[in-house]
Structure formats: structure tokens, C-alpha cells
Write a protein that binds this ligand. Structure first.
Ligand SMILES: [Cu+2]
Length: 467
């Protein structure tokens, strides 16, 4: 969370009478949704919410497919400019178009379907690897793999859609509207982690209209945020389960596994009144009696080393992340509907900048994860969230000011390179513990961070004056 002093958590509520629409078409497994009525604009409006709950459906395992991991032909134009993406669960899941054949012959207007099968031998088979431009539904089945449990559709550095935490025996899907070009299917941990994926033809000719591109950026970012909130709900459910057991190391793992999903979208949570401090306050941020959430659990698991000390806090965390998911789903639906209650382009830009401020304030100083020392996990997650917000805006930025995006992209790459130096697959959360870094390491990270912050901070002004 962002360091104190905290902004006033005003309950300036913006009541919504609309039912949530984002749950429609969702096939996320075991996601508890809380019905709450509140649509707030990112970073500008705070709102309170109340809850009632209902659980989402849990679809069963997907069917097998004898998918062929063929080498793709990279036929599309390079440097694809994607238009009209609606990544993630906020997109209504279209009915599957049966057989996934090469070139996915579909009836006019029907979405192409791509099957991705994850198997225990490290396979991540994509079928077909070429589809025509337009709406595409990716149906992902984890048949029996424990080492590979996520799939990302990458457009350069941009995550156009993804599914994480896909346990063996489960399936899921996401949809995106793709323009012609070269993409990658990224399956971390698979024998072949990156596979080319080609989209032929053109989905929609971009008019170059800045307002439309900016609107598109908000829809894309809203989908990203809503996806992360969904993953957070799943990861916190796993943490709850671990806290019902006796395995301290497993509980610590579950804690570390849940953190990135929150840290990637933290500015959004901060726009919802007390939700951020309730989920992510550190000791001293709030009056001691009201301190709850992740970091109470962190202290119990890493300092007290007692699962029992953590259990009193988990139920409320589960309920608060469910509230966050509900709010992000509503925001995604509003953004897509263009009803004026969704994200604004400058909010996306400000969110990107504020995630890096978050790094500067609480990660470089090493105070966020002071008991577990997984600060670099949060650091990397803040950077990813920032980069995704920037990437969503990039097509519009190119229209507004063609020279502007390239140095920011390069600075992000340099920062990620610094972070990669500290990646450690054996360490909790996948990064070296923060107390193992030298002063020189921290200085390098801080300098690389500043090199992104500087040009990125000018983006929101550009976006605001264009919009
Ligand atoms: Cu935080």
C-alpha cells in the first residue's frame, strides 16, 4: 500500500442500481463473488460498499484435444496494432465453435476458437496456431500438469489475455478481439514457453481517432484489472485453505503466491475508500486495533511463525478481496458500456505512474514486506501493473505523440532486466529476499525505476489534453 499519511477514506458513495453484468459468461472456477453496488472512478472517487454473497459456478474439466504444437507461420505484419481488444473475463464468452481446425473456419461473425492443452510432460499445445482477425476465444484445459498452470496471450509486451492458477483437471477461457499480426502464446514453465501465434487479415481499421483509441485503452485496462482481481480471489482462497492446515511452509507459500495479484492493481483498490487499508495496511498505517489484512497474516506466518496467529484475519480478507472483485467487475462493465461510470484514460495513466510511486515509497525502502522479505515480488508486480496500464495507452499515445512511447518502453525493459537479475526460482515468490540485496543492488534498481518514472509521469498530461 502507499505509505502514510493515508488519503482520507471518504465514503463518497456513488450508488449504483445496476445489477452486475460482468459475471455473465464467466467460467472462472471457484470464484466467490460478492454483490455490492458501487461504481467508482479510479483514483478519483471513493465509495463504500456492502455485501451479500453468491458463488460462481465451477465448470468441470475440459475435454482433451489431440492438439498439434506445430511451428507457426509468421505471416502477419510485424508490430501489430491491435484494435478493439477486450481481454479477460469481462468479455462475454461466446459459445464455443466446436472443432478447432487449422484456420478455424468459422461462420461469418462467429469467433474463432483456439484450444490450449497443458499436459504434465511440459506441453502447452496450441491448436490452431493461425486464426483470422476478429474475435477469438481461447479455451484452456489443464489436463494433468502441476508445473504449468498459466497461459498468456502476448502482443509484444502487452498481455492481451491470460489465465492463471489453472489447476490440473480444470479448464477456463478468455476472449480477445485480435487484429492481424504476430502474437505469442506464453506458458511459463512449459518445455516451449513461447510459441508464435498468428492472426491474419484485419479486424478493424483503426481510424486513428484518438478518443476512440483512448476509450479502447480503458476497456483493455479494465479487463486486465478485473482479471487480476479474479486471480486474487482464487489465490486468497488457497491461502485460507492453507491456514486451515498445519504446514507453515505451505501457508507462507500461499501468502507469497497471493501478493502479486493485489500489487498489480493496487491503485484501483485505493480508489475504493477503506478497501486498500483493510486489505494491505502495514503496521502503523492504521490504529493498531484496526490493523488487518495481508500484513497481519504475514507477521503471523513469518515472525510469529504460527498459523493459528494468522487465522483470525483470513475470513475478512477473503470477504474484502471478493468485494474488490465485484467492484472491478462493475467498473469493467461500465467501461465497456461507455456509460460514463467506467475508467477514464487519464486515470489509467495516473494508475501507471502511481504504481511506480508505490515501488519508490515502500519497496525500495523495504518496508512493505518487512516480515517475509518478499518485497521484490511486490516490486515486480507493481512494475507489471504499471507496464500494462502504459501498454494499454500506447496505441493512443503513438497517435498523440509518435516519439513518446519508445523511450518509456525501453526504460521498462531496462528496469525488468534489473529485476531479472534477482529472480531466484528457489526463493519464496521467485525473487531473492530483500535483505539479501546490497546497497549497490538497491541503487541500481532505484535508478532504473526513476528512468521509467520520469517519462511516464508526463503521459497523463498528454492523455488528459488529448481526451
Ligand atoms: Cu502495497
Amino acid at each position: 500500500m502507499i505509505g502514510s499519511p493515508r488519503r482520507p477514506a471518504g465514503p463518497a458513495s456513488r450508488p449504483s442500481t445496476e445489477p452486475t453484468r460482468a459475471a455473465a459468461g464467466q467460467r472462472r472456477r471457484g470464484v466467490a463473488l460478492v454483490a455490492a453496488g458501487c461504481a467508482a472512478a479510479l483514483l478519483l472517487t471513493a465509495c463504500s460498499s456492502d455485501s451479500g454473497s453468491n458463488a460462481a459456478a465451477t465448470p468441470a474439466a475440459g475435454g482433451t484435444s489431440g492438439a498439434a504444437p506445430a511451428a507457426a507461420t509468421v505471416a502477419g505484419p510485424a508490430g501489430s496494432v491491435a484494435a478493439q481488444s477486450v481481454a479477460g473475463s469481462s468479455a462475454a464468452a461466446p459459445a464455443g465453435a466446436g472443432a478447432a481446425t487449422q484456420a478455424s473456419a468459422t461462420a461469418a461473425g462467429a469467433p474463432a476458437t483456439v484450444k490450449i492443452s497443458i499436459t504434465a510432460d511440459g506441453g502447452c499445445a496450441v491448436d490452431p496456431v493461425t486464426v483470422p482477425a476478429g474475435p477469438v476465444t481461447f479455451k484452456i484445459a489443464n489436463l494433468d500438469a502441476t508445473a504449468v498452470n498459466e497461459v498468456h496471450l502476448m502482443d509484444g509486451d502487452r498481455i492481451r489475455g491470460e489465465r492463471e492458477n489453472l489447476a490440473p483437471g480444470f479448464d477456463s477461457e478468455f476472449s480477445a478481439t485480435l487484429d492481424g499480426g504476430s502474437y505469442q502464446i506464453y506458458c511459463p514453465g512449459a518445455v516451449t514457453e513461447n510459441q508464435p501465434f498468428t492472426v491474419t487479415g484485419k479486424a478493424a481499421t483503426s481510424t486513428g481517432d484518438v478518443a476512440q483509441q483512448l476509450q479502447q485503452a480503458t476497456v483493455e485496462y479494465a479487463g486486465y484489472v478485473d482479471d487480476q482481481a479474479g486471480f486474487l480471489v482464487e489465490a486468497v482462497a488457497k491461502l485460507q485453505k492453507a491456514l486451515q492446515g498445519k504446514d507453515l511452509a505451505a501457508a507462507q507459500q500461499a501468502y507469497a503466491a497471493a501478493r502479486p495479484f493485489y500489487e498489480r492493481i493496487e491503485p484501483v483498490a485505493e480508489s475504493f475508500g477503506d478497501l486498500d487499508p483493510d486489505i494491505d495496511a502495514r503496521d502503523g498505517d492504521v490504529p493498531a486495533a484496526g490493523w488487518k489484512g495481508f500484513h497481519q497474516i504475514e507477521k503471523a506466518l513469518f515472525t510469529d511463525k504460527k498459523i493459528a496467529a494468522a487465522t483470525p484475519f483470513i475470513a475478512e480478507l477473503v470477504s474484502n478481496v471478493a468485494k474488490l472483485k465485484q467492484l472491478t467487475a462493475q467498473l469493467a462493465a461500465d467501461t465497456k458500456a461507455g456509460n460514463g461510470k467506467g475508467y477514464k484514460p487519464d486515470e489509467v495513466a495516473n494508475g501507471a505512474a502511481s504504481l511506480l510511486e508505490e515501488v519508490q515509497k515502500t519497496k525500495i525502502s523495504g518496508e512493505e514486506e518487512r516480515y517475509s522479505r518478499i518485497d521484490l515480488v511486490d516490486f515486480a508486480a507493481n512494475v507489471e501493473g504499471s507496464q500494462q496500464a502504459f501498454a494499454a495507452l500506447e496505441p493512443a499515445l503513438k497517435t498523440i505523440d509518435p516519439q513518446r512511447p519508445a523511450p518509456i518502453t525501453a526504460a521498462f525493459a531496462a528496469l525488468n532486466k534489473q529485476l531479472d537479475k534477482h529472480a531466484d526460482t528457489k526463493a519464496l515468490g521467485g525473487y531473492q529476499p530483500y535483505d539479501k540485496l546490497t546497497q549497490a543492488d538497491i541503487k541500481q534498481l532505484s535508478d532504473a525505476l526513476l528512468a521509467v518514472q520520469e517519462p511516464l509521469s508526463q503521459v497523463s498530461a498528454k492523455v488528459a489534453s488529448a481526451g
